[in-house]
Design a binder for this molecule. Structure first.
Ligand SMILES: [Zn+2]
Length: 280
């Protein structure tokens, strides 16, 4: 596979703030979601909330809670977006680098990936998502449940056996099974993405993920291998601000938003096509 550069719209540069973007979205749980393993204190509170009806003193895994809302951290959302966009570009034959942290001890960089890109010429993914030494142009807010925790948490905890390595910490007490208290399917969350100097291509890539999510392909939170975490993502509003001076330049909603996102997605698809053309 060739790893030649492809053309994508470059940023004006991090030192030059030309535009600021606010992409608001809604995420609806298609399956139960366990947002994150939480503290002992939170476990006790949630055990009290749904009652201790099992022969176990406490629930092992509960959602992350902030201000009475179930939350998913922005970092977790960003990680999923980064991973999928990287994987899609790689499949399309476009060189993106792989984050060192993702590689285990002594692991080799897969041959389709570059180990890291140069600071002067970052790949598409590093441009928008950043890398170890520098923040990217995208920031993800907490995803917060619209309703308070007591309305969105399952009525009965879910018992699960044979825990994955990732949750080894809870298996000692759990032994035969662990009790999981996820957020119910149907729960609605809202969040937003802040962007600096965004191009249509990266907005299109975000829209692409929203499309994948409609079919259940986007999972957030823990216990994904157990079928939890599928969420439908829907972009609800985009705002673009100028910076000279700071001023709202444009808001996209409803039909106009659909049209704009379609345009952006076309730009992203053009980028993917460049990879295929290189290969043929
Ligand atoms: Zn890179």
């Amino acid at each position: 596979m060739s790893e030649k550069e492809v053309e994508f719209e470059r940023m004006p540069g991090f030192h030059k703030l030309e535009s600021l973007w606010r992409i608001e979205y809604k995420a609806t749980a298609l399956e139960p979601v366990i947002t994150q393993a939480a503290t002992e204190e939170a476990k006790t509170e949630i055990s009290d909330l749904i009652g201790r009806t099992y022969h176990k003193p406490e629930i092992d895994l509960v959602p992350l809670v902030m201000d009475d809302r179930a939350v998913i951290t922005g970092n977790a959302v960003k990680g999923v977006f980064r991973h999928i966009i990287s994987a899609q570009l790689t499949a399309a034959g476009i060189a993106v680098c792989i984050q060192k942290i993702k590689l285990g001890e002594g692991a080799e960089v897969p041959k389709e990936r570059q180990s890291r890109c140069s600071p002067e010429d970052p790949c598409f993914v590093c441009t928008w998502f950043g890398r170890a030494s520098r923040q990217g142009a995208l920031y993800f807010s907490f995803l917060k449940s619209v309703k308070p925790l007591e309305e969105v948490i399952v009525d009965e905890p879910v018992p699960m056996v044979a825990l994955s390595d990732r949750y080894r910490a809870i298996s000692e007490r759990a032994r035969a099974f662990a009790l999981i208290a996820p957020v119910k399917a149907g729960t609605e969350f809202t969040g937003w993405i802040k962007g600096e100097n965004l191009s249509n291509e990266i907005i299109g890539a975000i829209k692409e993920i929203a499309n994948m999510s409609e079919k259940g392909f986007i999972q957030l939170g823990g216990l994904k291998t157990r079928g939890m975490g599928a969420m439908r993502i829907e972009i609800t509003r985009v705002e673009k601000y100028g910076t000279k001076p700071f001023k709202l330049e444009k808001t996209w909603t409803e039909d106009e938003l659909d049209e704009f996102l379609k345009e952006c997605q076309t730009a992203y698809h053009e980028l993917l096509k460049q990879g295929a053309e290189k290969e043929s």
